[in-house]
Design a protein around this ligand. Sequence first.
Ligand SMILES: NC(=O)c1ccc[n+]([C@@H]2O[C@H](COP(=O)([O-])OP(=O)(O)OC[C@H]3O[C@@H](n4cnc5c(N)ncnc54)[C@H](OP(=O)(O)O)[C@@H]3O)[C@@H](O)[C@H]2O)c1
Length: 229
Amino acid sequence: MTPIHTIAILGGTGNEGPGLALRWAKAGYRVLIGSRQQEKADRVANELNTKLSAYPTENPIEGVTNPEAARTCDVAVLTVPYQAQNPLLEHLRSDLQGKVLICVTVALNPPKVTQVYSPPEGSASEQAQAILGSGVAVVAAFQNVGAYHLENLEHPVACDVLVCGDKKSAKTIAIELAEAIGSRGIDAGPLVNARAVEGLTSILIGINKRYKVPGSGIHITGMEIPTTL
Ligand SMILES: NC(=O)c1ccc[n+]([C@@H]2O[C@H](COP(=O)([O-])OP(=O)(O)OC[C@H]3O[C@@H](n4cnc5c(N)ncnc54)[C@H](OP(=O)(O)O)[C@@H]3O)[C@@H](O)[C@H]2O)c1
């Protein structure tokens, strides 16, 4: 394990953030749930710690505000709706300097969420990098992992996590965190490739609707080799 001590999940009170928090806390990381409201962060952290009480964990999940989470963490993970991403990152820009930001946000264009949407900036992840500047290493990951798979700790996460980014050391961290949730992290190239990965999420949402399944996902075949960089 590389020395990641504290993971902050910005907007961690929704659907995707809590499942990631549970999995990483169970794997031994210190996890902060960030929110716009301290009370909401506390409530969600308490609920998650109740679920975790059945497992031997080193650190309870803590609820904090997004700015405190961004300031305190080594690695930040962004799980907010696309429309909320830019203002939140502009607000947290200085707190995130020098850190890795794992962008789980997907550029979706409601109500047409089953159609691939290409924002002017290319992808939510590239937009995040443009806002935060070169002092923050943005990595796109986990966009194809549905919340359904994460929330029940007894349920295996059988899909792959495609990791896109321009800095190898940051991708190595995201791959480690993919493996910590019981998945397989795969280097999928530079950050520009997040356009395709985010587009896949729209396709998966459409598959879920058409086939009435709770969480379709992806698995890359033909590479039964270690994926560690
Ligand atoms: N859900 C999935 O299965 C899934 C799978 C893959 C990727 N994703 C992507 O992950 C991201 C999060 O998905 P989600 O389903 O967890 O979203 P969500 O439940 O709708 O929202 C997550 C959190 O974002 C915060 N938020 C909402 N509006 C905000 C605003 N205007 N400003 C700042 N914060 C705001 C809220 O936290 P507070 O109110 O506590 O601040 C909320 O609990 C999305 O971009 C989604 O496309 C989701």
